[in-house]
Design a protein around this ligand. Structure first.
Ligand code: ADP
Ligand code: GN1
Ligand code: MG
Length: 354
């Protein structure tokens, strides 16, 4: 009962509770108690087996930022009167609460270059400020989250042992994804290269994980469950994946997917305005690869889930995850067509930032 959670936070049980946001993994509600508003979240413990790890990471980073960059706004969970930032309710699970940031909103599809620049800069800023934080001391909240080699193995397993009818339906898509396996090979080279550093990485840099104010300025990044050591390609890649196309991953008419060059430029300018001097030349040269990596991995994940009867992402209409995977596959094709041009754009932006 959500009332039990409110009780643990000493919030009036008559407070209004509304489902909120468009996240796929956790459940989110807005709580209005007449005086204050809050965000309440139930952590999906099927996926995050150790919710305490998330709290420990956020806590360690908050202390570091407070000490080194006191002016930086980092959103931390509210504590209960007994000092806990997680509430466990028997037979239900783990909950946490944040102050609701008033007059803030999120955007599911970037509307213009200025919003995109703001979001990309905000994610870049977080990694930059944490450059001297010992990333390896963070807990792994989701093991192998962006290990595309493992995602590819899961995909191979799904096409062997998944839902037969669905495998037949997805035949063309399966063949296309198999033909792009070179992206996995490229990732494996990155993993064994000294030029790629493990940094504090957000790992879920969808534009709807940035809160904006009414003047469309980024207030802060949110959704910190997967803040852990990782490669910059995860963050840049998910921004390219979610900002550059004119429609979201939910669009099931692939004719509506197209690449917005000016938005790609805004991602690169925003992120590199913070991170350019942190990245090695090899990392900079992988900027567009980052997009291919994340789009391909998301296509593999959606398709594997479809073939495994939607166990992870769920579905709200028939063949939902098939359409999501087809959307990502189309996006991958379009990004590959633009790869050379976009790499040249990144080199120019990098020259201006150094
Ligand atoms: P999920 O992991 O399910 O994506 P998020 O942490 O991203 O969960 O939260 C879902 C949505 O709730 C966000 O996209 C945003 O719209 C809203 N939200 C989350 N935290 C806050 C907050 N502190 N203040 C205002 N809105 C918030
Ligand atoms: C999930 O929780 P949410 O909606 O921000 C997923 C991401 C995917 C994304 C696709 C823990 O993110 O990896 O990119 O859906 N998070 C997890 O929309 O699997
Ligand atoms: Mg989110």
């Amino acid at each position: 009962m959500l009332e039990d959670v409110l009780l643990a936070y000493s919030i009036n049980s008559n407070a209004s509770i509304f489902p909120y946001g468009h996240g796929l993994i956790n459940r989110t509600w807005k709580i209005e108690d007449g005086k204050n508003n809050f965000i309440l979240q139930k952590i999906n413990t099927q996926i995050f087996k150790h919710p305490g790890f998330i709290s420990e990471n956020i806590h360690a980073i908050a202390i570091f930022l407070e000490h080194h960059y006191p002016a930086y706004f980092f959103l931390t969970p509210r504590k209960t009167p007994s000092g806990k930032d997680l509430v466990f309710i028997k037979e239900e699970g783990y909950y946490r609460m944040f102050p609701f940031i008033e007059n803030s909103h999120t955007i599911d599809v970037a509307e213009n270059t200025s919003q995109t620049y703001e979001a990309a800069k905000k994610f870049g800023e977080l990694t930059k400020l944490l450059a001297t934080f010992p990333a390896n001391e963070l807990k792994i909240t989701l093991p192998d989250f962006h290990n595309i080699s493992l995602r590819y193995k899961d995909f191979l397993h799904a096409i062997q042992s998944g839902n037969k009818e669905r495998i037949t339906k997805a035949n063309e898509l399966i063949e296309f994804l198999e033909s792009q396996k070179n992206i996995v090979d490229e990732f494996e080279k990155i993993q064994s290269s000294n030029a790629f550093k493990l940094r504090v990485t957000h790992h879920d840099t969808k534009i709807n994980n940035v809160l904006f104010n009414t003047a469309e300025k980024a207030i802060c990044v949110i959704d910190l469950d997967t803040l852990m050591p990782g490669y910059f390609i995860s963050d840049v890649g998910d921004m390219i994946r979610t900002c550059v196309p004119a429609v979201s991953e939910e669009e099931n008419d692939i004719a509506k997917i197209y690449i917005r060059e000016e938005i790609f430029v805004a991602v690169a300018e925003g992120y590199l305005s913070e991170m350019c001097n942190e990245l090695s030349s090899e990392e900079l040269n992988s900027f567009v690869f980052a997009g291919k990596f994340m789009i391909y991995m998301q296509a593999l994940r959606f398709l594997s889930d479809y073939l495994s009867n939607d166990a992870y992402y769920g579905s709200t209409y028939e063949d939902h995850n098939f359409y999501r995977a087809s959307n990502q596959a189309q996006l991958l094709k379009l990004l590959i067509e633009n790869e050379k041009k976009f790499s040249a754009i990144v080199s120019d932006i990098a020259k201006n930032n150094i």
